[in-house]
Structures are given as C-alpha cells and as structure tokens.
Design a binder for this molecule. Structure first.
Ligand code: CTP
Ligand code: MG
Length: 231
C-alpha cells in the first residue's frame, strides 16, 4: 500500500517566541523539521513528502532541507495557510501521486518513535483511519462558562497526537466537506470523524513531545542525548 506524507510546518511558533518559524529552529545542531523528516526514512512504500511552510519562508525551508541523507520519496515544499487545517488542505492539494494512504505528522513532533509510526500506519492499513495518542495524565475539567467548570473522567480521556494516517480519498473528502460546511477543528482525525468515519486511536510509544515552549526545546535535547547514548 503506497503512502504519502504531509508535514505541516507553516505555523509561526508564537508560544516558542523565536524569530524564525518554529520548524526551522535548531535542535542540537539540526533544524526541527529535518529531524522530523528523518524519522520517516525507509518507511516502506513512502512515495512522496509534502512539507507545508510559511509563505514567507519557502527559501529558508529549501535550504534547511537540502541534501537529505535519507530517503522520504520526492520532497515538495509548498506554502501553507492561516490555520493548521488550511495548511493540511493545501498540502493535500500538492500531493502529486495517488497514494493509498496519507500520513499527517506535525513538524513540531521530531521525537516520534519509529514504533509509533509503524503502529499507526499498520492500524490505518486495516481500519482506514488511525491516530497516535496518550492517556491523559492530569485531571481535566471542562469550562462551562460563567466561571463554572466540571470534572471529566480522566480514565476515559486521550490526548491526541500526530501521526494520523487515513485512506487518502477519505482525508480528501473530509477536508473538502469541512471547507464547504465551514467546519473547523484542530486536527485531521476530528474532520474524518465529522465526515462519518470512526478513527482508531493507537497509544504512542516513547516520547512524542510537541515542541511548543522554550522548555520543550531543553527537554527535547535531553531526550535526544539519552537516545544517542543508548545506541
Ligand atoms: N501549522 C501549520 N499551519 C498553521 C499553523 C500551524 O502548518 N497555520 C503547523 C505547525 O507548523 C506545527 C503544527 O501545525 O508543526 C502544530 O501547530 P503548533 O504546535 O501550534 O505550532 P505553531 O502554530 O507554529 O505554534 P504556536 O501555536 O505557538 O504559534
Ligand atoms: Mg498553533
């Protein structure tokens, strides 16, 4: 089953507070987006990779992704939109082949384990829609407005991550329907579910840290050093 990859990297990284787009920020000598792509090296049947970047930074991403020392299929760099949803849609439109599956994985998650990638892809091959997630670790309350909140049952809650893998046609249809219906969501699994297809959740293995704030960069460096010392 052929698979294509979309890497949304068009955010500005407001919470990180860096001058450059977050995905270009250096993480232990390598740009975050390059580390993220490296995790997909040698995924069987990966035909192409679309990296979606800020309109104003196409050149910089071209340089950051020059001369890749690993294979992730044909690499295209395209401009994104104002929201993550718009960026993924633009990425979908740039997919040149007609893959069976599409994987969406945020540039901001460079530490994803190879095991998590393989597990989510394997699940999606069977069910057509799967995403990585972790069990909620904090107690969670829902905001009811007017200063009122209520406790939710943490044992039933998942924190949703990427990778998210779908049948290509299914994700295309979900994005087009969402655009037509003006439905917005923070991830692709929500759009696919809204389009009427259930999404399987696969517990991620190892750290799948999302680089959001400065302290996440520090933590990511420690985790990279630890994994390198184990090799
Ligand atoms: N993203 C995107 N297009 C956007 C907004 C976000 O492609 N218009 C991407 C980001 O580049 C990131 C992923 O979606 O890889 C998850 O978003 P997030 O972690 O929130 O990154 P930013 O939006 O860049 O950060 P912030 O919200 O702090 O500005
Ligand atoms: Mg954001």
């Amino acid at each position: 089953m052929s698979i294509a990859l979309i890497v949304p990297a068009a955010g500005s990284g407001r919470r990180l507070g860096s001058e450059r787009p977050k995905a270009l920020v250096d993480l232990d000598g390598v740009a975050i987006v390059r580390r993220t792509l490296a995790k997909f090296a040698g995924i069987p049947d990966l035909t192409e990779t679309v990296v979606v970047v800020p309109e104003t930074a196409v050149q910089e991403f071209n340089s950051a992704l020059e001369g890749l020392e690993f294979h992730v299929g044909d690499v295209h760099i395209v401009s994104g939109g104002d929201t993550r949803q718009a960026s993924v849609r633009l990425g979908l439109e740039a997919v040149g082949s007609n893959p069976d599956l599409i994987c969406v994985h945020d540039a901001a998650r460079p530490l994803v384990s190879r095991r998590t990638l393989a597990d989510v892809i394997a699940a999606a091959r069977v069910s057509g829609a799967a995403c990585a997630g972790s069990r909620a670790v904090d107690s969670v309350r829902e905001d009811l407005g007017d200063g009122r909140t209520r406790a939710l049952d943490r044992t039933r809650l998942w924190m949703v991550e990427t990778p998210q893998v779908f049948r290509f046609e299914l994700l295309m249809k979900a994005h087009h329907t969402a655009k037509a219906m003006r439905f917005t969501a923070t991830d692709d699994a929500s759009l696919v579910e809204q389009a009427g297809h259930p999404v399987e959740i696969v517990e991620s293995t190892g750290s799948n840290l999302k680089i959001t704030k400065q302290e996440d960069l520090e933590l990511a460096k420690v985790l990279i050093a630890r994994s390198e010392s184990r090799r």
